[in-house]
Design a protein around this ligand. Structure first.
Ligand code: NJP
Length: 225
């Protein structure tokens, strides 16, 4: 059996997750790709040689099934990245309560579920937990409940890191600035490319086992906020 590391990515169907899957495949990782959009996952799985697992991170059972599928296919899990998430318009009256509900559950509880489901396998491998936070999880964005969800993820990364201290598991918070992905309704000049964040992820993953890159905060060169 191959000893290439096994990397589970949620939110892998587009944007930052998909770009990172491509870089990780080129670096020899065996990939497990999770999101809700089966067609996009299948195309990326074919391209990267990965395993596509339809997953809604809002559902605990889906997270359990995702990790079980990874263990069944590859015999274990070396890294898990809770990356699935989305935003909302700023302004406390601008989004529907239903949109708020799904955003908070996906960005916060979904990330917690993914990590929880993966911890037993990661203890076996002395593996690596990654979470996608945001600049919005480091600065309060006015009128942004999205920002509040990412503050929760910032806290979660530290809570998990300390909880897992002594297990050999590493924890990394990836905090992007503006990145040109389907996260935004329209493309725009001056944002990062998804590959820019993918390189940060590969840097954190590629450190020797005694080095834990706790956080990587990456902004475009011109982003004041
Ligand atoms: O956006 P996008 P990004 N269960 O829309 C998936 C954070 N971030 O790559 O399920 C499972 O291309 C969705 O797939 P699907 C951001 O908050 C971004 O930019 O098929 N998966 C897709 O694969 C997020 O945490 C920026 O619709 C679910 C992926 O999530 C992460 O970066 C800045 C799901 C979203 O990909 C990746 O976002 C920043 C669910 N319930 C932080 N809901 C930025 N772009 O500027 C969604 O600071 N997905």
């Amino acid at each position: 059996m191959s000893d290439a590391p096994v990397f589970v990515i949620t939110g892998a169907s587009t944007g930052i997750g998909a770009a990172t899957a491509r870089q990780a495949a080129a670096a020899g990782y065996r990939l497990v790709l999770a999101a809700r959009s089966r067609d996009k996952l299948d195309a990326l799985a074919e391209e990267t040689g990965g395993l596509a697992v339809t997953t809604d991170v809002m559902r605990w059972e889906d997270n359990e099934a995702l990790i079980a599928a990874a263990v069944e296919a590859f015999g274990g899990v070396d890294a898990v990245w809770a990356n699935a998430g989305f935003g909302a318009k700023r302004g406390w009256l601008e989004e529907t309560p239903e949109h708020w509900h799904d955003m908070v559950v996906t960005n916060v509880l979904g990330a917690a579920y993914t990590v929880r489901a993966a911890i037993p396998a990661l203890k076996e491998s002395r593996g690596h937990v990654l979470l996608t936070g945001s600049v919005a999880g480091r600065k309060v964005m006015p009128g942004s409940l999205y920002s509040c969800t990412k503050w929760a993820v910032t806290a979660m990364a530290e809570a998990v890191r300390v909880d897992l201290d002594g297990t050999g598991i590493r924890t990394t918070l990836i905090s992007p600035g503006a990145v040109d992905t389907p996260f935004f309704d329209n493309p725009s000049e001056g944002r990062l490319e998804p590959d820019d964040i993918a390189r940060a992820v590969m840097y954190a993953l590629g450190q020797p086992p005694h080095v834990d890159v706790n956080e990587v905060l990456v902004r475009p060169t011109a982003q004041a906020g």
